[in-house]
Design a protein around this ligand. Structure first.
Ligand code: HEM
Length: 402
């Protein structure tokens, strides 16, 4: 017998004015009622919303909850009535369960180890320094998103995959189109198709002339061209936008917390901890979905087979039962274990790369420009809507003394 449970009527499409770093108030309020709420999807499906840390983590570790794309036919904010969601294309392993998921993830794991990514530190330092030099040369003001936050992860992921330098602008534009949360369905489809076509050509080129990169390495396996294309798409979609938004939104958060920013500037040993805290505090990958494959008892409720579950990573990372003063950005925080990279079989494959990029980029930025500040009022900084998969700022106008 299920206990009585709170219901969230609709999910918000924007955050509270003046609170750009906090999860939407409706979600925090839901967590106060308990870690699990009912959520009526716009298509009428009676689903669930999980906002508490322990329950989110336990669902992520539970193989009775599926990530299969064809089971995700309810959208938390959009009425999908009548829409048939096809299974994930070969290689798109983020949207698969075992054993299909493992077939694609396993050959990639060795390419993203802590050791492999540490070896890239020098390259990240070099790219970061080049972009800071360019900012200094052009002078203030500038948009930190285009001058710094987007190009650094874009160059790293393109180099890892072996996307030629001259194609990067085109590439970033397509990915930006399907991540912004403001693209029409038609443009979304066009960007997706253009990216697919481009990646198919890239895979063929690597097969014909392998170079020193992850994609070329993978052509020496039993994976088909179609599978390699799908894997590349997932890596790009997951690796470009996430880190870029962490860098830009993270800088915004540091500028709004000057004592924390100053601590990071004077203490280089703080970088690793600071990055973990920014990941927790901002949780840019804010919600993911799962579908129950069988009836599951969870938090005093029965989640029936076939029911959709929204996992709110950002409220889980602000759960006071897990983190002391969770609403405070404290770069010296000791209680780790955030869920910003997820948990379980789909836990972020690129997390070590993202960490290296952020550990280099944040301290380098705040040290190069000690007087860095917003060039507009904080409330004028444009934020992404909640319809975007990844949260962040649209642009971040900054200035500094010369
Ligand atoms: C700060 C930056 C990043 C954040 C916050 C982040 C967050 C996440 C999260 C939460 C998941 C789990 C999704 C789920 O549970 O369904 C995930 C999966 C994934 N991420 Fe990241 N990510 C970041 C950077 C990257 C980078 C740089 C790459 C690639 C180079 C990457 C590649 C992936 C891949 C391939 C998956 C799917 C793993 C699987 O299904 O087994 N991510 N990421």
């Amino acid at each position: 017998m299920s206990e009585s449970v709170h219901t969230v009527a609709t999910l918000p499409t924007a955050r509270q004015p003046g609170c750009p770093f906090d999860p939407p108030a409706e979600l925090t309020d839901a967590r106060r009622h308990g870690p699990i709420s009912r959520y009526p999807f716009p298509d009428g499906h009676e689903g669930w919303l999980i906002t508490g840390y322990d329950l989110v983590r336990s669902v992520l570790a539970d193989s009775r909850f599926s990530s299969r794309k064809e089971l995700m036919f309810h959208h938390p904010l959009i009425d999908y009535t009548g829409v048939e969601v096809p299974p994930a294309a070969p290689g798109e392993f983020l949207l698969m369960d075992e054993p299909q998921h493992g077939r694609y993830r396993k050959p990639l794991v060795g390419k993203f180890t802590v050791r492999r990514m540490r070896q890239l530190t020098e390259r990240v330092e070099q790219i970061t320094a080049e972009h800071l030099d360019a900012m200094e040369k052009a002078g203030p003001p500038t948009d930190l998103v285009t001058a710094f936050a987007t190009p650094i992860p874009a160059i790293m992921i393109c180099e890892l995959l072996g996307v030629p330098y001259e194609d990067r602008g085109y590439f970033q534009k397509q990915v930006e189109s399907f991540m912004s949360g403001e693209t029409s369905d038609e443009d979304l489809m066009a960007a997706y198709t253009a990216t697919q076509t481009y990646l198919a050509e890239l895979v063929a080129a690597k097969r014909a002339n392998p170079t020193d990169d992850v994609l070329s390495d993978l052509t020496d396996s039993d994976l088909s061209d179609e599978e390699l294309r799908g894997m590349s798409l997932i890596l790009l979609a997951a690796g470009l936008d996430t880190t870029a938004n962490m860098l830009a939104l993270g800088t915004f958060a540091l500028l709004r917390n000057p004592a924390q920013l100053a601590a990071l500037r004077v203490d280089p040993t703080l970088a690793d901890q600071a990055v973990e805290e920014l990941l927790r505090y901002l949780s840019v990958a804010k919600t993911f979905m799962r579908t129950a494959l069988e009836d599951v008892e969870l938090g005093g409720q029965t989640i029936e087979a076939g029911t959709a579950v929204i996992l709110s990573y950002n409220t889980a990372n602000r759960d006071p039962e897990r983190f002391a003063d969770p609403q405070v950005l404290d770069l010296r925080r000791q209680d780790g274990g955030h869920l910003a990279f997820g948990h379980g079989i789909h836990q972020c494959l690129g997390q070590q790369l993202a960490r290296v990029e952020m550990r280099v980029a944040f301290p380098a930025l705040v040290n190069r420009f000690p007087t860095l500040r917003l060039a507009v009022a904080p409330e004028e900084v444009g934020l992404r809507p909640e319809t975007a998969d990844i949260y962040g700022v649209k642009s971040l106008p900054v200035t500094w003394d010369v």
